[in-house]
Design a protein around this ligand. Structure first.
Ligand code: 6R9
Length: 630
């Protein structure tokens, strides 16, 4: 635990060291891992290529660092607590030793199906322990996993299968979510009409009827038969790909972000332990889905590398009721709870009654990730969930960054609502203006870049290195561009303003859509809002707000006027939305992000050709929004 930051001055000390001598800094952290062969050089890099290599020529296997390295010390500790969708079904507790045997056995099964190092394997599975086993089994034999959220359409799945030329798919018969039983294998079958793989392995979850194609499809429990529960982990190079994760950009097809073995391993463990201040014996729960980078880094890899007990939840926040999260916190005595602002706001709408039934005294740290958290949600989370005693870590990062880059260290960095606060050691941030000039000092606002490599950064986009270069390393010379706008306040604290493509320029005044949304959300009857810019004859851009409200107490006209007044009061008349459309729902992706592209089109008056909507949770919302267009 020598890599742990314990005090604020300790944080500043480590940060300075990490900038002054990055190679020594990361070598010290990496030395606590198990290497089959130590690296020759800590770092080789240029951002022009880009070409970034960490722990050059090191040999290792990430699963050995989860299992073999630690089994003597804590093999009987619980690694994974699985909480099913239905609270009446029994939860499962799997120790490190048991998980090790399951991973070995399943990796042997994969080998028996001809899967070898370097092959791509798609994981399209619900939130069941076998999904984590599947990821780790791939890593064990050096197959590159690509987890696809088990709710994405068959088209989205087929695109990903084709893009990475997957050899196998690991899936389940179905999926329980709330009171629904969802087909999973049937979606795979549909996807495989537009793509192909050699092998499909199906885990039984719901017991629903599915078709099994002979010679291609196998049952999970059958492929395990006769497989040994131990093996020798494949020797991987530090820079061998560990996984591909597809993420959508502002344009075009989703891109396959590639993460490699050693750097990702070192950074996810380091950031997990420090940000959450995880202590042995704690129970940690991240509510993300494993189909999202948060699930990769902070349900599976980071926590397991740190010897943590990590909770995996199959269900949804509102089933059987809006108290479900808090019931699980009490049941498993959760110490660190990590979720997304969208979930917080959704639960906020139910008031505090669902919380009052449960004892949340076990909680020590709360986390937020995925989007800027508005001040109101932050305060609600802090007061009602954290009982005004748990620090909130507002963690800023991206699929491409692999791990958390900007966040408070829980209980150590003084927090400010809606601020991700300060960079973690090793993260050299830079704020630039649109021309690429660095904005130094405090009280500045611009585009967020990183000027120096960190171990878990994106290495390439699968099959298209040029795209990686264009998207991230070409906008500003010599820097990784995040695509986010940011403000560094008078204290040097960072506040993420949202994607820069979401910034609206009204009469020369730049405003973050998040900023306007925060203001709108201050109205007590507003549940959620999304703001986009649209072309405006006089102002350049006007502000169009889509708002979900409690409509029981007001007419639409009154509410619209009140919201305009609220925004006027909080930011100034300049930020007053030109148009406000009251909506039933917002077009969200499965990871909870609002698809602003669609909202912008509707605001511009475009009602056809919405582009790819396959990643939307509920595509019907789009039609409702078009119908109610202002
Ligand atoms: C981890 C994850 C990345 C984008 C990122 C930013 C937004 C994430 C945030 C945040 C403000 C935070 N974002 N965390 N914005 N505060 N704490 O979400 O990855 O799905 O790739 O999204 O999400 O805009 O650029 P990913």
């Amino acid at each position: 635990m020598s890599d742990r930051i314990h005090t604020l001055s300790g944080y500043f000390y480590e940060y300075q060291k990490s900038v002054a001598e990055p190679e020594n800094f990361w070598a010290r952290i990496a030395d606590s891992f198990h290497w089959k062969k130590r690296w020759d050089k800590v770092l080789k890099w240029d951002f022009k290529g880009p070409n970034v290599q960490w722990f050059v020529n090191g040999k290792l296997n990430i699963t050995e660092n989860i299992f073999e390295k630690n089994l003597f010390a804590y093999g009987d500790r619980v690694a994974l607590i699985w909480e099913p969708n239905d609270p009446n079904e029994e939860s499962k507790k799997i120790t490190y030793k048991e998980l090790y045997h399951q991973v070995c056995q399943f990796s042997n099964a994969l080998k028996s199906k001809g899967i070898v190092k370097g092959d791509r394997v798609i994981i399209y599975m619900p939130m069941i322990p076998e999904a984590a086993v599947a990821m780790l089994a791939c890593a064990r034999i050096g197959a590159i996993h690509s987890v696809v959220f088990a709710g994405f359409s068959s088209t989205a799945l087929a695109d990903r299968i084709n893009d990475c030329e997957a050899k196998a798919i690991l899936t389940s018969d179905g999926n329980f979510r709330g009171n629904k039983k969802i087909a999973v294998k049937a979606v795979v079958d549909e996807a495989l009409e537009k793509s192909s793989v050699e092998t499909v392995i199906v885990c039984q979850r719901t017991g629903q009827d599915i078709e099994m194609k002979s010679g291609r499809d196998y049952w999970w429990h059958e492929v395990l038969e006769g497989q040994e529960d131990h093996n020798v982990a494949e020797e991987m190079d530090s820079e061998d790909p560990l996984f591909i994760l597809y993420t959508s950009g502002s344009t075009g097809q989703p891109k396959g972000v590639v993460h490699t073995t050693a750097g990702y391993m070192v950074y996810t463990k380091y950031s997990f332990e420090n940000v959450f201040q995880y202590a042995p014996g704690d129970v940690y729960w991240c509510t993300a889905d494993i189909g999202w980078i948060t699930g990769h880094s902070y349900i599976v890899y980071g926590p397991l590398l740190a010897g943590a007990t990590t909770v995996m939840f199959e269900g949804v926040p509102t089933y059987p009721d809006a108290g479900r999260f808090w019931q699980v916190v009490e049941k498993h005595q959760v110490n660190q709870f990590y979720t997304a602002p969208t979930a917080i706001r959704a639960l906020q709408a139910y008031g505090t009654e669902p919380i009052e039934k449960y004892n949340l005294d076990s909680l020590k740290v709360l986390g937020s990730v995925g989007e800027p958290i508005n001040e109101e949600a932050w305060r609600w989370y802090y007061t009602h969930i954290g009982q005004s005693r748990c620090p909130i870590v507002d963690t800023w990062w991206q699929t491409e960054t692999g791990g958390i880059l900007v966040s408070p260290i829980a209980g150590i960095t003084p927090t400010k609502p809606a601020f991700a606060t300060l960079p973690l050691p090793g993260i050299q941030l830079c704020i630039v203006d649109p021309e690429g000039n660095e904005l130094t000092g405090n009280s500045v606002e611009g585009n967020l870049c990183v000027r120096f490599p960190w171990p878990s950064m994106i290495r390439t986009t699968w099959g298209d290195h040029e795209r990686c270069k264009q998207t991230y390393f070409s906008t500003y010379k010599g820097m990784y561009f995040t695509g986010d706008g940011v403000k560094r306040d008078h204290d040097g604290y960072y506040r993420i303003l949202g994607r820069v493509d979401d910034v609206i320029n009204v009469s020369g005044h730049r405003m973050g859509t998040a900023e306007v949304e925060n203001a709108i959300n201050e109205h007590p009857l507003v549940i959620e809002s999304a703001v986009v810019g649209y072309p405006h004859d006089i102002k350049g851009q006007g502000i169009y707000a889509y708002v979900i409200c409690d409509m029981t107490h007001r007419t639409e006209e009154n509410l619209v006027n009140e919201i305009k007044d609220t925004v006027s009061k909080i930011i100034g008349p300049i930020a007053k939305p030109d148009k406000i459309q009251i909506v039933q729902g917002l077009p969200k992706t499965r990871s909870g992000k609002i698809m602003r592209r669609i909202l912008r089109k509707v605001a511009e008056g475009v009602t056809d050709n919405m582009g790819d909507t396959s990643t939307l949770l509920d595509p019907e919302v789009v039609n409702q929004i078009i119908e109610g267009r202002k």
